[in-house]
Write a protein that binds this ligand. Structure first.
Ligand SMILES: Nc1ncnc2c1ncn2[C@@H]1O[C@H](COP(=O)(O)OP(=O)(O)OP(=O)(O)O)[C@@H](O)[C@H]1O
Length: 307
């Protein structure tokens, strides 16, 4: 397996508190890695360490197979990033801002500016001063700037913040294109599952500085459970019928009204008729999936029941 970025026991302590704790993160070449966690979980701090903006307290970072040091300028040139809000010279136009960036980074091709302005949907906004840009436009311009030096790895901290639904869709499509057409590996943070779920190949979940899960979306989709949910006035009676008369053992009582049956040996309509036959007053019965949302929300909040 080829990893483009790895962290080994990465830790950051601020004022005596570990805000990133022993994180082992593995970002594979070519993938989109969705980095998910609630506000304050440590996402930005970890991304700042990956881009040498913050020095780790302990642990190591490997980029492109090499150890990241304070003077790893060549490694940093191979990545692009937007961390927190992108900063621009407000009075300068979008084009001038990108031009300055190219010079600063030692890239001279001006054609790249037009190409990337178009790519992020800002083709006609090049002459506009950045002070007249909306937050969404600044996010796009930040992305153009991060892309202009043709990075192999793109690190984007909450890139969808401030975008309207159309902008979110366009940004998602762009991420997919960057991944499939340009083979750029991406680390994208968010505190909202829906923002990354549709594009990510792998999801890493950080909570209180710890990486609590790192898993491929494929395996999550494969393993998330199907079940039949029964609402009944007396779910204990329903559970009795399920266990002792139908001989199904994989079920769980949830509250005063709800029973979930995880066995795949029975259909919802068969279960309904059997329960009714044995005198259970079924109020509703339906086939459901334990949604990804529930799975991830459970992990992000630290709930025990996240199966
Ligand atoms: N320079 C700093 N000095 C002290 N504490 C800091 C500093 N930077 C971040 N923190 C603290 O570290 C913790 C993690 O912050 P971080 O910004 O990395 O989280 P996050 O997951 O990116 O959250 P958000 O989505 O709100 O940006 C927070 O408790 C924050 O207050």
């Amino acid at each position: 397996m080829s990893y483009i970025a790895r962290t080994i026991n990465l830790t950051k302590v601020y004022e005596g508190t570990e805000v990133v704790s022993g994180v082992n993160m593995n970002i594979k070449q070519g993938e989109i890695y969705g980095f998910l966690g609630p506000n304050g979980a440590g996402k930005t701090t970890l991304m700042k360490m990956l881009t040498n903006l913050v020095k780790p307290t302990a642990g190591e970072i490997e980029l492109f197979g090499e150890k990241l040091n304070p003077d790893s300028y060549e490694l940093l040139k191979r990545m692009g990033s937007i961390i927190e809000y992108p900063f621009f010279y407000d009075k300068l136009s979008a084009w001038e801002n990108l031009d300055l960036h190219c010079e600063y980074m030692g890239f001279t091709s001006k054609q790249m500016i037009a190409k990337h302005m178009e790519m992020v949907g800002l083709k006609d906004a090049g002459k506009k001063p950045v002070k007249d840009f909306s937050l969404g436009m600044k996010q796009r311009l930040g992305l153009a700037r991060a892309l202009i030096t043709t990075p192999e790895l793109l690190i984007l901290d909450e890139p969808i913040n401030g975008l309207d639904p159309v902008g979110i869709k366009e940004m998602r499509d762009l991420f997919k294109r960057l991944s499939t057409e340009y083979r750029i590996t991406m680390l994208i943070s968010s505190h909202i599952l829906g923002e990354v779920e549709q594009v990510a190949d792998t999801i890493g979940i950080i909570r209180e500085g710890r990486l609590v899960e790192e898993v491929s979306m494929e395996s999550i989709r494969r393993s998330h459970t199907d079940y039949i949910e029964v609402q009944a006035a007396d779910p204990k009676k329903a559970a009795y019928v399920v266990e002792h008369l139908l001989h199904l053992s994989n079920y769980k009582l949830f509250d005063e009204q709800t029973l979930r049956v995880y066995d795949s040996d029975i259909t919802a309509s068969d279960l309904n008729s059997k329960l009714v036959q044995h005198g259970v007053a079924v109020e509703s019965i339906s086939k459901r999936s334990h949604s990804l949302e529930e799975h991830f929300m459970g992990l992000m909040k630290g709930a025990d029941d996240v199966a």
